[in-house]
Design a protein around this ligand. Structure first.
Ligand code: ADP
Length: 669
């Protein structure tokens, strides 16, 4: 009952604990789920917005203006690829010259000019071969009438060519050099820049005059510059000079795609794929909101692209164009997305993966297992061909946290149960002790009453006999008086013991230590007891050493010790009535021994006999009266003197009580 009263509430506490524990786990799980949903969604928006910011940064009028103004021919070899398309859908950046542009070289208004007249004369003189000097003077005239750089260059070209025909090499070299420097970017009637034609001529002349005016290295540099789009030329011009230079330089460079080829390819890609898309888009989109970016996804055999474009007004040059970026998605994955995702993971505490339409993680190329703990999100504004998967890493952590919590909680409960059981044990034990001591006390009251009643009845009986019977023989009268004396001694001994005990209990017992001779006290006490012992039929043996040293002791306490030991020896002796008293001296101690041949004490009881009220239970046929206080008082008195008491006893053989009195200490005292 008692244990149940303790354990039942504990059981409920544990149950309630486990219940709140699982509820809390559920709430956390719900929280995490809603976090996944909210954070996942906002992460997708963030990703689109951050990519949009990068896009906006590039698709910026100032930047494109600069491209248009200064760098139309600048090599574009890094992602993103920029492009500009004018309102006639012509690609103005990156520029590639038109194959038909040579027609435009001589504008209409100069057709009937002086320049034209002399140019025609010079050409016919040059064509008749023999009249080179005539041609030279005509071209000189032509030069003097030239109004534009283009006309100047055409005249200088004629001069160079006629001088070469006339074998006037020095002059020819001079004019070709002029073409190569001053008119380097200017094109001839075939649309070929002089920067490409003149060096070839100079190289040929050098073969004739052998003056090392133009070395192979210089020619090779020109060739490389052409591959890198130094001149704005048409694809056919590029092919012509490529093969021309390669045959002169005797090289074969087919392996690597040149810058020109890359741009040409990009240009064709824009022309064939992007422009039709823009045209299509224009049908149903009003592009008047120039700030809005349009996007479209494009896939070729080679790669996946995102095309971002918008209409752009170049106020400075009055041109309206479509400006755009062609993102190669492979590059976007490597260069742009990881940075954004890393930021998002830090901000949201979620993990993200980008997954293609075959459920493959595009970063690791591993198949993705989309579980309950993840959220799949499709892009809203940017037509990326992927989905964003947001994963809540908290779930796994939650599981492991729950496990550790359960272990800790379980351990805690076990400790509480152990502590409570321990408390129950202590409680039960103390109650047991309390019950034992109460039993002893009751027994004590019973014993003492008995002890007091017996002598009192005897005293009264003999007292009355002596009082009322006048003619009592002398012998009986004496015996009556002896009994009264003996019983009153017993009474006073008993009462002394009880008084002593109560003094001890109240802490009022004091010992009056005085130097004295122990042998004297032992002999005296024995003398007053001798008659009693002999009367009971005891054989007394006394052995007291001479010269017992003087020690400090309380005389009445020592008498009390001796009387208690003698009275026990008498009480607990059965058939063999022998008592031996000895007081011996060893170098360090005086040993006082009281031995009897009585009933003895079982070994397991020896530790208890000095406890208050304790009495050894013996067979019913042997009954000795007592209070259980005698040895308690003996022990207390011995301890108060700083002495020691031991007992050796065997049932049926007798007991020996020995008191050890240290000599040295007392000497010092
Ligand atoms: P009381 O003698 O009043 O019973 P004590 O405190 O003197 O109480 O002794 C306690 C118990 O020790 C006794 O009840 C007895 O069982 C045992 N005892 C003491 N002295 C002896 C002895 N000389 N021989 C046998 N038993 C003894």
């Amino acid at each position: 009952m008692f244990v149940a009263a303790f354990l039942l509430p504990l059981f409920f506490v544990v149950l309630a604990g486990i219940d709140t524990f699982s509820k809390r786990q559920k709430t956390t799980r719900n929280l995490l789920e809603s976090n996944l949903w909210l954070s996942g969604r906002s992460a997708l928006e963030q990703l689109e917005q951050r990519f949009g910011d990068i896009e906006k940064n590039w698709l910026n009028t100032t930047y494109f203006n600069q491209l248009l103004k200064e760098d139309r021919n600048k090599p574009v070899n890094s992602n993103p690829y920029f492009f500009l398309i004018d309102t006639t859908y012509k690609i103005t950046f990156p520029a590639i010259a038109d194959d038909n542009e040579s027609d435009l070289l001589i504008p209409e208004q100069i057709r009937n000019s002086d320049f034209r007249k002399w140019m025609d004369r010079a050409k016919s003189a040059e064509l008749s071969n023999s009249r080179f000097s005539g041609a030279i003077s005509n071209y000189e005239k032509c030069l003097s009438f030239a109004r534009t750089t283009q006309q100047e260059a055409l005249a200088v070209e004629g001069l160079a060519r006629s001088n070469l025909g006339n074998k006037n090499y020095k002059k020819a070299i001079q004019f070709y050099r002029l073409l190569n420097t001053k008119y380097n970017q200017t094109k001839n009637l075939a649309g070929h820049p002089y920067g490409l034609t003149a060096p070839l001529q100079l190289y040929t002349i050098d073969k004739i005059v052998k003056e090392n005016i133009y070395e192979r290295d210089s020619l090779y540099q020109i060739y490389r510059m052409m591959l890198d789009r130094h001149w704005l030329i048409s694809p056919s011009c590029y092919l012509f000079f490529k093969s021309e230079y390669e045959s002169v330089l005797d090289i074969d460079n087919r392996s690597k795609e040149s810058e020109f080829e890359k741009v040409l390819k990009f240009n064709r890609f824009i022309g064939n794929l992007v422009i039709p898309l823009i045209k299509e888009r224009e049908k149903y989109t009003a592009f008047n909101q120039t700030d809005e970016i349009n996007r479209t996804y494009l896939e070729t055999e080679e790669a996946q692209y995102l095309i971002s474009f918008k209409k752009m007004d170049f106020s400075e040059s009055d041109i309206t164009c479509f400006a755009g970026i062609c993102w190669n998605l492979d590059t976007v994955i490597i260069r742009i997305i990881p940075g954004i995702i890393e930021n998002l993971e830090e901000e949201t505490n979620l993990e993200f993966q980008l997954v293609d339409n075959k459920n493959i993680n595009i970063f690791t190329k591993d198949p993705v297992n989309i579980s309950k703990e993840s959220l799949t999100l499709s892009f809203n504004n940017i037509p990326f061909p992927w989905t964003l998967v947001a994963i809540q890493p908290g779930y796994n952590k939650l599981e492991s946290d729950a496990k550790t919590q359960l272990i800790v909680y379980g351990l805690l409960i076990l400790i509480i149960i152990a502590l409570m059981l321990f408390a129950v044990f202590i409680f039960v034990r103390d109650i047991g002790r309390e019950t034992d001591s109460m039993l002893l006390q009751t027994e004590f009251v019973h014993n003492v009453s008995h002890e007091l009643k017996t002598p009192l009845s005897l005293i009264r009986l003999y007292g009355e006999t002596l009082l009322y019977k006048d003619n009592l023989p002398e012998k009986d009268r004496k015996e009556g008086l002896q009994i009264i004396t003996k019983e009153s001694e017993r009474l006073s001994h008993m009462i002394n013991n009880i008084l002593d005990f109560s003094k001890i209990e109240m802490g009022k017992k004091e010992f009056d230590l005085k130097p004295g001779n122990l042998a004297f006290v032992v002999e005296n006490t024995l003398d007053s007891y001798r008659y009693h012992l002999l009367k009971k039929g005891f054989e007394i043996k006394i052995d007291i050493d001479n010269n017992i040293p003087v020690v400090l002791f309380d005389r009445s306490a020592v008498e009390g010790i001796l009387i208690n030991l003698f009275s026990n020896a008498i009480k607990f002796s059965d058939e063999t009535k022998k008592i031996a008293i000895s007081l011996k001296k060893t170098p360090e101690t005086i040993v006082l021994e009281v031995a009897d041949k009585g009933i003895g004490i079982p070994e397991k009881e020896l530790k208890n006999i000095f406890n208050r009220f304790y009495r050894v239970k013996v067979n019913s046929d042997f009954e000795a009266r007592g209070s259980g206080l005698g040895l308690t008082l003996v022990k207390h008195a011995v301890d108060a003197h700083g002495w020691q008491i031991t007992v050796k006893s065997k049932p049926g053989e007798g007991s020996v009580f020995s008191i050890f009195v240290p000599v040295n200490i007392n000497k010092e005292l």
